[in-house]
Ligand binder design. Structure first.
Ligand code: COA
Length: 103
């Protein structure tokens, strides 16, 4: 959860799907967008996931047209991997410097 002046302004969750696989969810109150708060919060969650030696990747889905969410993920190093009718799946590999065979 993110707080500004002791008020809740957003939230980011790292969700374990399988031992090596995580998902993320996030939102920010509109009045607090555009300042990098979500980027900083997700960056901290990604660091936390990386510190788990079993963690290999993070996936999430973004509804088509949600440009702010897509920009946020790309800023953090996620890449689009699959396109479905209503959303695009993004993926981030957590294994720096290793050959990554997942597709
Ligand atoms: C998705 C969501 C969290 C993105 O919010 P956001 O404000 O764009 O993200 P950040 O807090 O990281 O801010 C990034 C913006 O701040 C700017 N910024 C300023 N300082 C920054 C910094 N130190 N670091 C990164 N960005 C910074 C960036 O340039 C960017 O501006 P832009 O929107 O003009 O390109 C928000 O739009 C939201 O809550 N949407 C509704 C819920 C939702 O869609 N959730 C995701 C479902 S998939």
């Amino acid at each position: 959860m993110y707080f500004f002046d002791a008020r809740l302004v957003g939230r980011a969750d790292l969700i374990g799907v399988e031992p090596a696989r995580f998902s993320i969810g996030y939102w920010l109150a509109e009045a607090h967008t555009g300042r990098g708060i979500a980027t900083a919060a997700l960056d901290a969650l990604i660091d936390f996931a990386r510190s788990n030696s079993d963690a290999a990747e993070i996936y999430t889905g973004v509804t088509h047209g949600n440009r702010a969410s897509e920009a946020l993920l790309v800023r953090l190093g996620f890449e689009p991997t699959d396109t479905f009718d209503s959303y695009t799946r993004f993926r981030l590999s957590l294994r720096r410097g290793m050959i990554d065979c997942a597709t």
